[in-house]
Design a protein around this ligand. Sequence first.
Ligand SMILES: Nc1nc2c(c(=O)[nH]1)N[C@H]1C(S)=C(S)[C@@H](COP(=O)(O)O)O[C@H]1N2
Ligand SMILES: [Mo]
Length: 529
Amino acid sequence: MSTPVRNPTETGRPAGGPRLWAPAAGLAAGAAGIAAGELTAGFFSPLVSPVTALGGAVIDAVPPGVKDLAVQLFGTADKIVLVASIVVVAGFLAALAGILERRRTGFGLALAGLAGVAGLTAVVTRAQASPQAALAPIVAAVATMLLLRMLIRRLDTWVPRGSTVPVEGGEPAPLARRGFLNAMTGTALAAVVGGAVTTILTRATAVASGFRNSLTLPAPATPAQTVPAGASLSVAGISALVTPNAEFYRIDTALTVPAIDPPAWKLKVTGMVEHEIELDFAELLAKPMTERHITIACVSNNVGGDLIGNALWLGWPVRELLAMAGPKAGADMVLSTSNDGWTAGTPLEALTDDRDALLVVGMNGEPLPLEHGFPVRMIVPGLYGFVSATKWLTELKVTRFADDTGYWTPRGWSDHGPIKTQSRIDVPRSGRSVQAGKVQFGGVAWAQHRGIDRVELRVNRGAWQRAQLASAISTDTWYQWQLGIDLTPGDYEVQVRATDATGQPQTEDKAPVAPDGATGYHTINVKVP
Ligand SMILES: Nc1nc2c(c(=O)[nH]1)N[C@H]1C(S)=C(S)[C@@H](COP(=O)(O)O)O[C@H]1N2
Ligand SMILES: [Mo]
């Protein structure tokens, strides 16, 4: 009998604590280790922690179909679901490490080490990673390994109640058991406290909120067009003409909202230019600002969907910055890069022609909200967000479509993304019962940078009936429309179509969102009892 604790007791059970404590020890060690890692990240690299870096790597790696499905299934909760899945997988691996380490010293440690290498790889390959970001996964792995070894050692020397087998080091059995349980409690407590402190600390966003709150926006040199009195129709339940910031849709691949200190912000203009430029935030704010209502839309917006919004944007025209840089002949694209590494490829022409493509600092009279790109984003009238609306903007590279591609293009989306003419019925909601008589229909239609000529509705595939079209703010925004239709009891299918100002009606042909935007008529069903 060389190591008494490893030998069977008289009852035939292996010495040491009950089986179940091994995965529990693994879980506690893993949780405390990850908490230590996240805490380290909170201090040294709030934007890139092991957990969020792994999440980001998953987001970048999953095939486009899956990402689509996830967005549709979970809506904006998809990121929470992703982090939760990472936690579940980590928990499973930690429990496994506990079991392995109990079986054989070093096996569980090896698994923890491997997980640490995965975390380290994810962290150092993130665009926002600073050298010190590598510290967090190392701390997480080392802490997990030390705690795991300590807990399993105590578990090994824990002699079951009533057993007569002597324990290693001669500790009396009850003491050994208490020792293990105390160590477990301590480890679990450390995990909880570490987790809580991290949540408070890594509110780097809270820090950025501070910068944002203390910011005063300059007055526009070119104020927004006045909104015509007839632009807002009084139809209950119709989309507001201007979408409040809190209700504005949000789409991005960022697990953690980049928190950028405006004094540290810089925009670089690089690539095929006569002069490279570096612009800081104070310089940008000093430029003559333009204010414009512009409706932006996501290419992932399904027919009838809500990934679209209209806001009053304040910014400096991109064309003026590009004119200073002097694009070279042959360039046809500007690759804009976000602080988190995301990129969009925009036709150079859309940024140099007379449309007001803006380097935006203000949204609806406030500094940009953090999740909408603070401190600076790009907004380009007429183009879907994935090829133009880069948030947390840091670089504009003048280049060619033949040489560079934006984030989504190799993932199954188009390289160009002009917004397609679309219309939506906001009221009544599909599936609702409405009272017989004149039924009030209302909604929005858009064909950015071309404008809307007319909106029509048809009931049960009958003749198209022209709706009342509200006055436009500009061709770059959506238009409200309304129509009262007499309905007697029955079931109805109602469809809407818009025709843009060039005379082109939207197509009835159904197309999915990928690769360049959904088409087809928004169709709703109403019942008149
Ligand atoms: N940095 C960054 N910018 C981004 C994205 C992103 O994933 N990362 N998504 C784009 C897409 S697809 C859209 S539709 C718009 C959405 O802007 P919003 O979230 O302010 O509505 O942002 C664009 N800008
Ligand atoms: Mo999008």
